[in-house]
Each structure stands twice: as C-alpha cells, then as structure tokens.
Design a protein around this ligand. Structure first.
Ligand code: PGA
Length: 240
C-alpha cells in the first residue's frame, strides 16, 4: 500500500486527478470507477480543467459506486445529478458509457444483478474512493458481514448525519442505498482512496494500520496489491 500525504486538500485532489489523467492517457478504453461526496468535487473540477486543456473522455467508460434508493435520477440530491453537475455535463464522455446504479426502480434485485453484469463486462482499471468517518467505502457500511456484490444497504446514523449537509434537513436523507460490493471494488486493477480533513483521520488510521475487519470496511483495502491512499496532512495526522 502506498500512502501519499500532501500539505493541503488542494494538492491531494490535484494529485488524484493526475492519476486519473495518466490512466486515461495510457489505456485505449479505460474504465474508471467513480465516487461521489464532497471530497471528490475538487477532483472533478481538476478533470474538467484538464478537459478544457485537451484531455479527452470519448474513449472512457465510468461506473459509479452507489446511489440513494428512492431518488429519481432527475432529483437534485441523487448521485446521478451530482455526477452531471460536477463532471458529466462538462466533458465529452459518451452518454452510453456512464453507469450509475438505479435507485428509483421497484425491482431492486434486478437492478443489483444488472449492475453486476455491467461490472463483469467492464473490469475497472482505476477505482476512486472516498472514505466515511465510520470507515465505509461506497455505501458498504460497518457490519458483521460485508456483501461481495451490488446490494441494497441500510445507511447508518453516522452516514445519514454526515450526508445531511447535502439535503435541506436530516429527515430528507434517504435511509437506503444501492452500492457496489467489496469484491467488485477489490477487483479494480488499481484503487485510489482520497481523504482530506481531520474528521477522516481516525478512519484513515484504522484503514491503513488497523486490523482488517468488516467493522472498518476500508481496512479490506489492505488486501489489494495496488492501493494508494492520497491524504492531506489533517487526514494523515493519526498515522505514525
Ligand atoms: P465525503 O464522503 O467526501 O462527502 O466526506 C466520502 C464518503 O462517504 O465516502
């Protein structure tokens, strides 16, 4: 596992975007696993800037980690809307090469199976991850058992509280989500986890030097041969 620490969040996001750019330039049809959340917004801002200076996405496929259940893709709080606002609407990524789980369907089992088919057909070259203050990755929340494949998850109170800042009120945060599973995440050829800010320091410490355990889902990344943790100094402050 590689750990890169930058003086501030700006440098960490820029480095992450540069790793994405390198993957896009190196491969003829790269598949990117994408994440949402506040941490990722500056990464997408950099990628949009790179696009304005010539980086093309026309040969790229993107597969997002997760989506809230019960929100239509048109809902401004959905991750579909997040991706359009921060990334898709500003780059030349083909419409039929952007995948996000469907959280607005009545047949969630079919939606999970369909997403696993997409993942099988498009092995991920570079997976971007954030981390929850509780150590979650995607919406794989701390639990006694973790699911390997795409599944429906009940969000923890921690996560609902954290994500309330994107909604008008905590009661508006959906309580369930559909997320890629741990096996699908660990199947990515390379994983880059970006974490910034002191609120993430404990989760980062447990993920990197703690025991591997399902109550800290990010600790399973220690099993992957090519993981880079990209941190600012605040997120790295509890590392030795
Ligand atoms: P954040 O979310 O970037 O909004 O902190 C990260 C996550 O929960 O994975």
């Amino acid at each position: 596992m590689e750990v890169r620490v930058f003086p501030d969040a700006y440098g960490a996001a820029l480095y992450t975007a540069t790793l994405v750019e390198t993957t896009i330039r190196q491969l003829s049809s790269p598949v990117l696993g994408l994440a949402t959340g506040g941490t990722m917004i500056p990464v997408y801002q950099h990628l949009v800037q790179f696009h304005r200076r010539g980086l093309r996405f026309e040969h790229v496929t993107t597969i997002n980690l997760d989506e809230y259940i019960g929100l239509e893709p048109t809902d401004r709080h959905s991750y579909h809307a997040f991706m359009r606002e921060h990334f898709f609407d500003h780059v030349d990524l083909p419409l039929d090469c952007r995948y996000i789980p469907s959280g607005a369907t009545c047949d969630l089992t079919a939606a999970c199976q369909a997403y696993d088919e997409i993942l099988r057909a498009h092995p991920i070259d570079l997976q971007l991850l954030g981390i929850g203050v509780n150590g979650h990755i995607g919406f794989n929340e701390p639990a006694d058992h973790l699911k390997p494949h795409t599944h429906v998850v009940e969000l923890t109170e921690d996560t609902i509280r954290q994500n309330a800042r994107f909604f008008d009120a905590e009661e508006r945060v959906p309580t369930r989500a559909i997320t890629m599973g741990l096996q699908s995440i660990l199947f990515a050829k390379r994983i880059v986890l970006l974490a910034v800010g002191a609120s993430k320091a404990q989760a980062v410490r447990e993920a990197i030097i703690g025991d591997i355990r399902t109550t800290v889902p990010a600790s399973l990344l220690q099993l992957h041969p090519q993981v880079t943790f990209v941190l600012d100094e605040a997120a790295a402050q509890q590392l030795p």
